[in-house]
Write a protein that binds this ligand. Structure first.
Ligand code: B12
Ligand code: SF4
Ligand code: SF4
Length: 333
């Protein structure tokens, strides 16, 4: 199994026995409403907590990880920063292709095997399985941290109806460190390991459709897509980040041009972002984010364009442009 996974392009592989997960952390998140608009977390609660409901007869969970580029953003005036994981080709496509190769290799050896691959979008708690399978631990920043690659990794799983020898779960290695909690600009890490998506820049700039709350916009700095602040301070990431998977290396500029974003047409959006993880935010989401960064970071060069966007009917764009104009106005007074 492990050889096949490495041959398919996965750097880290671990195996866990399929069982129900501790519902505590997910239920706590739902009790706080910290899942924000991600209603699927609530509707899929039971299946997320027990892979045997997703693959009947599931006996093992194979957890997989690949490193992504982890170098700091190059981001000055006129630019919006892109979270490190999103700088290359869309990781969903890269991982899906490798999962297909892996499942085919397993079926070659054992044609009757039932194998269900999943990366990000399936109802599987990938961090929890990576921890159980010994790849790393869920840190206080809510991310899976590894000792070999830091937290600059992306995860996938394969559910199997075969019993494999399990690895030992990874011990928690945060210890007394709490650096990530005050490093979050919006205070989104409300308890160790629990991120309130409503306050998280990553959620608001990627998943949110429509207006971004002022409390987040005013603290997002230059983040134009995603956010890495709670990971970049992590001592386990010191000296890590240069080992990106070749298929996930940065495609073009590792930052966004604000003038380009606030002027983005649907055609330019497709041409520029198709096949990258940034497409997830959608055309309106990226225009909105461009306006927000201009306001948050005080980039007055795009002010004329913001006046046009203040009348836009793209979801979330007009409030973002008006908010940014207000900020630029007050900054200039
Ligand atoms: C929803 C989601 C989000 C939400 C919520 C974030 C979160 N911390 O869960 C938002 C939109 C905010 C988000 C942001 C990001 N995400 Co995201 N996200 C997901 C997704 C789709 C589901 C995660 C989930 O169910 N969260 C809810 C919590 C309750 O679930 P959980 O942490 O998995 O819960 C179990 C474990 O935590 C476990 N547990 C085990 N040990 C411990 C220890 C402690 C202390 C605690 C509290 C819990 C715990 O118990 C829980 C079961 O009840 C996964 C993909 C997937 N299918 O798993 C990607 C995923 C977690 N995201 C990923 C990435 C890359 C990010 C970002 C780094 C992107 C960015 N740079 O902007 C940020 C990081 C923000 C952060 N600090 O967590 C990667 C994780 C990489 C990594 N190294 O951890 C994943 C795995 C996608 C992938 N396939 O690679 N994400
Ligand atoms: S991704 Fe950014 S906003 Fe979200 S918890 Fe981490 S530091 Fe806070
Ligand atoms: S910064 Fe410290 S507390 Fe936060 S995840 Fe890293 S080691 Fe854990």
């Amino acid at each position: 199994m492990k050889e096949a996974a490495r041959a398919a392009g996965f750097r880290e592989v671990g195996i866990a026995r399929a069982a129900a997960l501790d519902p505590g952390p997910l239920d706590r998140m739902l009790a706080l409403g910290a899942e924000a608009d991600m209603a699927w977390m609530r509707t899929q609660r039971d299946v997320r907590l027990d892979p045997r409901l997703l693959l009947p007869g599931c006996r093992s969970v194979v957890a997989l990880a690949v490193p992504h580029d982890g170098r700091p953003p190059e981001c000055g005036p006129g630019k919006g920063a892109v979270a490190r994981y999103a700088r290359g080709r869309d990781y969903h496509t890269v991982l899906k292709k490798r999962l297909k190769v892996l499942v085919a290799a397993l079926k070659d050896r054992d044609p009757a095997v039932q194998a269900l691959p999943s990366a990000d979008v399936g109802p599987v708690m990938e961090k929890a399985w990576a921890e159980r399978a010994g790849i790393g631990w869920v840190g206080k920043n809510g991310c899976l941290v590894t000792t070999r690659l830091g937290s600059w990794v992306l995860l996938a799983v394969v559910l199997l109806d075969r019993e494999l020898e399990p690895d030992s779960p990874h011990p928690e290695r945060c210890g007394a460190c709490e650096a990530c909690i005050p490093a979050c600009p919006t205070g989104a890490i409300v308890e160790p390991g629990l991120v309130d998506a409503r306050a998280c820049i990553s959620f608001q700039t990627i998943e949110r459709r429509g207006a971004v709350p002022e409390q987040v916009a005013s603290r997002m700095g230059r983040w134009g897509f995603g956010c890495d602040d709670c990971q970049s301070v992590c001592p386990w990431n010191r000296g890590m980040g240069a080992e990106s998977d070749p298929e996930l290396r940065p495609l073009r500029h590792p930052s966004l041009d604000l003038a380009e974003l606030v002027d983005l047409t649907p055609e330019a959006f497709r041409e520029r972002f198709h096949g990258t993880a940034l497409a997830r935010a959608g055309h309106a989401g990226l225009v909105r984010n461009g306006a927000l960064v201009a306001g948050a970071a005080g980039d007055a060069a795009v002010e004329p364009r913001l006046r046009v966007l203040a009348e836009s009917d793209l979801p979330g764009v007009a409030p973002a442009a008006r908010w940014a104009l207000g900020r630029l106005g007050s900054a200039g007074r």
